[in-house]
Ligand binder design. Structure first.
Ligand code: ADP
Length: 328
């Protein structure tokens, strides 16, 4: 039998500008709030897939090792979805590598499941549209739905039972020459996973309902500012979105605190760059300690230098708007 790969795909991670926090339907993995992201160049997952009739189970390798049962389960669930749609039964050999710089601190699940959806689609000769691939990837990880597309992308809020929810592109990568400067504030994996953190927030935070109610208006401000290339308006709304979702996490019971001392130091650096030096730079954090600063391309060097000099910041990196998923 030929050892040739049937497909090789690439997808980039993304950063949410309008944050995603909370699910309306955990089983279908439907978000409670709309989110908007920028796909990030250079933070790439590459996934190879071979449909192999001689296998009696799927074989999954991640970053040069056999995937753990929990990791393999999420991959197999996505493969099952594609096989069902393609009316195929054979198992697959999947080899995936997250080619992220070590300082990334960014969700590998977004690029990982976007790349997997595209590789499986090609491998099983389904020929699905990007919209369908986005819905398939969303079931594995909501942020993966956005990584199917390049540039600036929106994932609307879900409605319970609406299985086909997909992301949609808002503007291409060359719409706006922005940069994300990532300041790594700690090493190691986060202590509370996103799904667990979201569910705990939903069930126990007194701020959760207020967040879900307010998020669409914040997202609208971000969408409009993005189209107009108005960074000050977008950045202020992005910071509000970030603080609102972290407030939900912090006020859950037991409280979830993703921040480290370097997180707060980096937040103050971003504010000082704005207040003292007049640079339009704005901060966001995901469910983790790292600070991601959004600025114009021309300011990225100054922002990076200031974050690198911030006490406790371990490493920094800069990413530009990146492309959508590709497969060969
Ligand atoms: P979150 O759960 O918040 O998205 P991560 O991005 O750290 O956090 O998700 C990590 C999980 O995503 C891993 O434990 C693994 O299950 C899955 N994952 C990461 N990279 C890949 C990949 N390249 N292919 C398939 N699954 C992946």
């Amino acid at each position: 039998m030929s050892r040739k790969w049937h497909s090789v795909s690439k997808a980039c991670a993304n950063i949410a500008l309008a944050k995603y926090w909370g699910k309306v339907d955990v089983l279908l993995n439907l978000p409670a709030v709309p989110s908007i992201s920028m796909t990030l160049d250079g933070l790439v997952t590459e996934t190879k897939l071979r449909v192999d009739p001689s296998l009696d189970t799927d074989v999954v390798e991640l970053d040069g090792r056999v995937a753990t049962p929990a990791e393999a389960k999420r991959v197999v669930a996505l493969l099952d979805d594609i096989r069902r749609r393609a009316k195929r039964k054979e198992f697959a050999h999947v080899v995936s590598a997250n080619r992220f710089p070590t300082a990334a601190g960014l969700a590998s699940s977004a690029s990982g499941f976007a790349a997997l959806a595209a590789a499986a689609d090609r491998g099983y000769q389904l020929g699905a549209s990007e919209r369908v691939l986005s819905a398939v990837a969303r079931q594995a990880s909501a942020s993966a739905a956005r990584s199917i597309y390049g540039g600036f992308v929106e994932l609307p809020a879900g409605k319970p039972g609406k299985k086909s929810l997909a992301a949609k592109p808002i503007a291409p990568a060359d719409h706006w020459d922005l940069r994300i400067v990532v300041a790594q504030a700690a090493k190691g994996p986060k202590k509370v996973g996103s799904t667990e953190g979201m569910e705990r927030s939903r069930h126990t935070s007194p701020f959760y309902d207020a967040w879900v109610e307010k998020a669409p208006a914040i997202t609208k401000t971000i969408r409009t500012a993005l189209k107009k290339r108005d960074l000050d308006t977008l950045g202020a709304a992005m910071e509000q979105s970030t603080m609102a979702f972290h407030s939900c996490a912090m006020t859950a019971s037991p409280g979830i605190l993703y921040w480290q001392p370097a997180t707060i130091a980096a937040l103050h650096t971003v504010r000082a760059l704005r207040d003292d030096r007049g640079i339009s730079v704005w901060a966001t954090m995901d469910a983790g300690p790292h600070v991601k600063a959004l600025c114009h391309a021309d300011d990225a060097r100054k922002v990076r230098r200031a974050l690198r000099e911030t006490p406790g910041v371990l490493e920094t990196l800069v990413a530009a708007p990146g492309p959508g998923v590709s497969v060969r």
